[in-house]
Design a protein around this ligand. Structure first.
Ligand code: CA
Length: 229
């Protein structure tokens, strides 16, 4: 479950926070935006398994957000939340590419039923895009082992690839040298050596040096973090 990434776009902070908390407790990874434009930015920089969006949003409304998402990704399931409940509103929601529609107020349980049904459907479809990790313009294909930034291919060694994959799967999370050592090197790896720092510098030269924004950041005294802001 911790691999399931949900993007929630909802400007009513109370609803957004309640849903985020509820989904996190169930083990989903959730990123929330209170604005349509920020929601779109997160969508563009991340790789989500499910999107939940309100319709009346500042920035970009839910219909337009959904149309943009559909123009870039045919597969990701989208659930719309709204206070509007006329048939026309529902039709507009489905026309913009939403897979399901939930009228507020709704019970959290009801949302969960919809989420599970949609995820089950997409998991059964064996998505061709499912194994591509994206952060900003950086793309990593888990299957073909190809990496590119802004469309420019980047050649990595096997260790650099593993390290990058680990960062991308844990974006926005500070990773200590011990975390990195355990996941990318073996358990008995001596974290007192500077091998990890050396490899991170190799990786930075390849994926960050010639590009903006920089993605790998040093958190002094704590480790490293991959983020685009
Ligand atoms: Ca709203």
């Amino acid at each position: 479950m911790e691999d399931i990434k949900v993007l929630l776009v909802e400007d009513e902070k109370k609803i957004a926070d309640t849903l985020t908390k509820g989904l996190k407790e169930l083990g989903y990874y959730v990123e929330a935006a209170y604005d349509g434009k920020i929601g779109l930015r997160l969508f563009e920089s991340g790789s989500y398994d499910l999107i939940i969006t309100d319709i009346n949003l500042p920035g970009i409304n839910g219909y337009d957000l959904c149309k943009i998402i559909r123009s870039r990704n045919q597969h990701v399931p989208v659930i719309m939340l709204t206070a509007l409940s006329t048939t026309d509103d529902k039709i507009e929601g489905f026309d913009s590419g939403a897979d399901d529609y939930l009228v507020k107020p709704f019970e959290f349980k009801e949302l969960l039923v919809r989420i599970r049904a949609l995820l089950k459907r997409t998991l059964n479809q064996q998505l061709p895009m499912g194994n591509i990790l994206k952060v900003a313009g950086l793309e990593l294909n888990v299957d073909s082992k190809e990496v590119s930034r802004n469309g420019i291919p980047i050649i990595l060694t096997a260790k650099e690839f593993q390290l990058l994959e680990y960062f991308m799967r844990n974006r926005n999370k500070v990773l200590s040298r011990i975390d990195i050592a355990e996941c990318v090197w073996d358990l008995d790896f001596d974290t007192r050596t500077n091998v990890i720092d050396v490899y991170i510098n190799f990786l930075r030269k390849k994926i960050d040096k010639d590009f903006e924004p920089k993605l790998i950041h040093t958190q002094i005294g704590m480790g490293y973090i991959m983020k685009d802001r």
